[in-house]
Write a protein that binds this ligand. Structure first.
Ligand SMILES: Cc1cc2nc3c(=O)[nH]c(=O)nc-3n(C[C@H](O)[C@H](O)[C@H](O)COP(=O)(O)O)c2cc1C
Length: 208
C-alpha cells in the first residue's frame, strides 16, 4: 500500500515538474518586435486616412502604433528598421518615391542593426503595405538577416490591400524560418486594433 502511495506521489510530482518545464519554456521565449514605419507629415490622424496616429500624446506611424501594442502584450523588445536615406514626409512625394523604389528593386541601406539576433526565438516583423508589396527596406532587412530556426510573425497596416503577396514573399525569402499567421489591419480600423492584437497574440500562442 505504502509503495503504491509513494508511486502515485512520485508520478504527480513528475507531472507537475513537466508542466512547469513546459510553461517556463513557453514564457522564456525571447521576442523581438521589428517594424518599419513612415509617418506622413501632411496628415492629421488616422480618421482622415493619414499615415500617422497620435496615441498617448505621441505621434507615431500606424505600424509603429501596432508594434507598441504587440510590445505591451508580449513584453518583447522593440526594434525600428530605419534607412540611411530620408523618405519624403508628404503623402504624394512619398507615394511617388516608393513607386520608383519598388520598380527599380533597389535595396535601401539600413542604419539600424539588430544586436545579438541569436538570443531571440520569435521575430515579429511589421511594415506598411506599399504598392501592394513590402517597402523595399524590408527586402534589405531580409537580405541582411537569416532567420533560420526562428519563428517569424508578420504584421502589416494598409489602406485596403492587407498583406498583398507579402506572406508568400517572406516565406520564399526566409525558407528556414517558421512563419506564423500574421495580423493585418486597415489604417481606418486602428481604434479596434488593441483588442484584436491581444486576441491574435493569444491565438498564435507565442505568449502564455
Ligand atoms: C508609398 C505608399 C504606398 C502605399 N500603397 C498601398 C497599397 O498598395 N495598398 C494599401 O492598402 N495601402 C497602401 N498604402 C497605405 C499604407 O499602407 C497605410 O497608410 C499604412 O498604414 C502606413 O503605415 P505607416 O504609418 O506605419 O507608414 C500606401 C502608403 C504609402 C505611403
Amino acid at each position: 500500500m505504502r509503495v503504491k502511495i509513494l508511486l502515485i506521489a512520485t508520478a504527480i510530482l513528475l507531472l507537475n515538474c513537466l508542466q512547469m518545464q513546459a510553461q517556463s519554456s513557453k514564457s522564456d521565449k525571447k521576442i523581438l518586435i521589428t517594424y518599419f514605419t513612415m509617418p506622413e507629415t501632411d496628415g492629421v490622424d488616422t480618421s482622415s486616412g493619414a499615415s500617422r496616429i497620435v496615441a498617448d500624446g505621441k505621434l507615431q506611424g500606424n505600424t509603429e502604433y501596432i508594434a507598441a501594442i504587440i510590445q505591451q502584450a508580449t513584453k518583447g523588445e522593440l526594434f525600428a528598421i530605419r534607412t540611411v536615406q530620408q523618405y519624403p514626409g508628404t503623402h504624394k512625394e512619398l507615394v511617388d518615391y516608393a513607386k520608383k523604389e519598388n520598380e527599380s528593386k533597389v535595396r535601401p541601406k539600413l542604419i539600424t542593426k539588430i544586436k545579438d539576433l541569436d538570443k531571440y526565438d520569435v521575430i515579429f516583423i511589421g511594415f506598411p503595405n506599399w504598392w501592394y508589396d513590402m517597402p523595399m527596406p524590408l527586402y534589405s532587412f531580409f537580405d541582411e538577416y537569416d532567420f533560420s530556426g526562428k519563428t517569424i510573425v508578420p504584421f502589416c497596416t494598409h489602406g485596403g490591400s492587407r498583406f498583398s503577396q507579402a506572406i508568400k514573399t517572406i516565406t520564399e525569402l526566409e525558407k528556414g524560418a517558421k512563419i506564423l499567421d500574421g495580423y493585418s489591419v486597415s489604417r481606418n480600423n486602428l481604434a479596434v486594433a488593441k483588442d484584436e492584437v491581444v486576441k491574435w497574440i493569444q491565438k498564435i500562442g507565442v505568449k502564455e
